[in-house]
Design a protein around this ligand. Structure first.
Ligand SMILES: NC(=O)c1ccc[n+]([C@@H]2O[C@H](COP(=O)([O-])OP(=O)(O)OC[C@H]3O[C@@H](n4cnc5c(N)ncnc54)[C@H](O)[C@@H]3O)[C@@H](O)[C@H]2O)c1
Length: 259
């Protein structure tokens, strides 16, 4: 079945990667041949291309118009900086995210996939692996806004019948662009291919009796900041990349006898 999918923030880094992934059926190294074909509505502050629509998510009536006839919303639009002050976060990440859920619910959209962030739990000590059932612990106001979005997603799912998946995206980076990596970044890394594949699973997966899910958006890193057990089981996520292999972090195998 072909779905009509609205992507907010479609011109951003992740939005651009997702559109390329979904459009790349002829490039199997980038997107699997069986990746679904969607009718895309690409929303951002400025219109780009024939599928583009101008949308400022701070405008509820514009959100309502953008959601007309939509099956799934992938809500990526945000002030995406962990350092952003509250006055920048408030209109876009708080009011704007509410507007998107309100408009989607009123328009009869089936599901919203919300771009949350690992920043929603980044207040846990770095030696703690966070599972999806643990309470949020944001380290900054940006992370607080993502925790708000997760709560909003759960509210609309359980109280208003709008299915929702909140994806805690880790460190989305292209290996050739990344100059400086700490242990935390490696353990929270998500490759563009793994994240795009996960977003497709978030659109497609049967959520069963529970209309809300939290997905952990990191790759199959040797050490993981976020536990992937639930995400694999509920959403059928099968990541393939490992930051510790990509960046050739030397990990000797002591299970083998020395020379
Ligand atoms: N990049 C990462 O590592 C990462 C990690 C965790 C979560 N996320 C989340 O994923 C989403 C996408 O991130 P990104 O890296 O592509 O960010 P980005 O900054 O590259 O893209 C965000 C997009 O949102 C648009 N936007 C901003 N304000 C808007 C408004 N008022 N109305 C409509 N559009 C607006 C911008 O024009 C931009 O194209 C964000 O919600 C971000 O918080 C990103």
């Amino acid at each position: 079945m072909s779905r009509t999918v609205l992507i907010t923030g479609a011109a951003g880094r992740i939005g651009s990667a997702l559109v390329k992934y979904l459009d790349s059926h002829d490039a199997p190294r980038y997107a699997p041949r069986d990746a679904p074909r969607y009718a895309l509505r690409l929303a951002d502050l400025e219109v780009a291309g024939e599928r583009g629509v101008a949308l400022d998510v701070t405008d509820l009536s514009a959100c309502r118009k953008a959601c007309e006839g939509i099956d799934t919303v992938v809500h990526l639009a945000a002030v995406a900086s962990p350092d952003a002050p509250f006055d920048e976060i408030l209109p876009v990440n708080i009011s704007g995210t509410y507007n998107v859920f309100r408009a989607a619910s009123d328009a009869g959209v089936r599901r919203v996939v919300f771009a949350s962030s690992a920043q929603a739990i980044e207040g846990y000590p770095l030696d703690v692996q966070v599972s999806s059932g643990m309470p949020v612990r944001p380290k900054n106001i940006y992370g607080v806004s993502k925790a708000f979005g997760e709560a909003l997603a759960a509210h609309f799912a359980y109280q208003q019948g709008l299915e929702a998946v909140a994806v805690r995206i880790g460190a989305f980076e292209y290996p050739h662009e990344w100059k400086r990596m700490g242990a935390r970044d490696l353990s929270a890394w998500v490759s563009p291919e793994d994240l795009c594949a996960l977003l497709v699973r978030c659109i497609e997966a049967d959520l069963g009796k529970e209309p809300f899910a939290i997905a952990h958006g990191i790759s199959d890193n040797r050490f993981k900041r976020l536990d992937l057990t639930d995400t694999r089981a509920r959403l059928g996520y099968a990541p393939t990349a490992d930051a510790f292999a990509v960046w050739q972090v030397g990990l000797c195998d002591t299970s083998e006898p020395v020379g």
